[in-house]
Design a protein around this ligand. Sequence first.
Ligand code: NZQ
Ligand code: ZN
Length: 391
Amino acid sequence: MNNFDFYSPTYFAFGKDRELDSGELVKRFGGTKVLIHYGGGSVVRSGLLDRVKASLDAVGVTWLELGGVKPNPRSGLVYRGIELCRREYIDFVLAVGGGSTIDSAKAIAAGTVYDGDFWDFYSGRHIDKALPVGTVLTIAAAGSEGSPDSVITNENGMLKRGASGDAIRPKFSILNPALTQTLPPYQTACGITDIMAHLYERYLTNTHDVEVTDRLIEALLLTMVHEGPRVIEDPNNYEARANIMWAGMMAHNNSCGVGRSQDWNSHNIEHELSALYDCAHGAGLAVTMPAVFAYVMQHDVMRFAQVASRVWGCQMDFAHPEVTAKAGIEALRVFLNSIGMPKTLGELGGKEEDIPKLVDVLCNGDGRTGTITGFVKLNADDCAAIYRMML
Ligand code: NZQ
Ligand code: ZN
């Protein structure tokens, strides 16, 4: 196991009606004037936004609101949010929504207290300082409620890039599984896929003897395989929603990723798809993961055979582990398809003629120098071959 630092100070309030504690939690973490940030309107329609506002009013915390975050959140709204926070002396940003809203809130929080262009953080600069952020989560997916990360798309070139720093880890996150019951089945399935991707990206490691994190990841993957179909069949199954919601947080606050190298090639390859086609991140991952895994499988065939046998129940063939490994990748693909996820680039709106452009932005955009690196190092030819496998 590698040396590591792990600092995950987010306070979690989990369970039914916990959004009613928003005001008290904002106050506890020092907020006196809050920017409430939200997306395209689901939280207005469900009545959640009104409940959050009432909770802030009840403890005397004042607030302003900024809605309109789109899935694959854009830089334009972040600039508006920064301007608003500075002008109105906002001291706390409260995201009410999914990963997109939370990521936009984190970008605003970091940008408000930074002298330069907030995009510097998405071009490699570490985030050391930010306004405090809190979240009321409405979809189990991105894991941003417990992560130090934010992903934003710059409308200038449609570059989708991530930024990181413990300063943007939420001070608190409210996780009420009942809030996810209004999700359309497709979005629920996208979330399940993203959670599984966060687990696979950590499972694919070049570090040996990391039994504890291997086993944690396998447990969470097994949970998704069990609970995913149950929630697709019955969207009101609170217990299944609850297990998925906590798994989503565990999958990405890095408790399963410490002390080991990680992959993230699937995420990098997918981010170009959601940037260009504006598809859901989870749907993009459903198409990306099986292609990437099949392409890199030979790098460590036993790792793929291990997850195939321990999670997907494939018979371990020690004489021919590549047979087991392939069966596990196919089982993942079939599972994702069974919960409603796409299998091909075409289903995401992608076209073969776009592949050179996708590869160019992926490998050369924003300071990259011709390769992406994770479980294996991939050059432009490798990435083009992977995109072609998705056709
Ligand atoms: O905008 P509204 O109207 O709220 O609708 C949203 C949106 O259309 C809807 N929705 C959310 N909760 C709902 C609901 N509809 C009905 N009922 C509810 N309870 O679902 C749609 C998707 O929302 P979004 O916030 O985009 O979903 P998600 O949480 O999957 O976030 C995706 C973004 O997170 C990034 C992705 O790249 C993508 O941009 N990621 C962020 C990460 C991080 N910060 O750590 C890591 C991830 O790997 C990921 O890259
Ligand atoms: Zn993801």
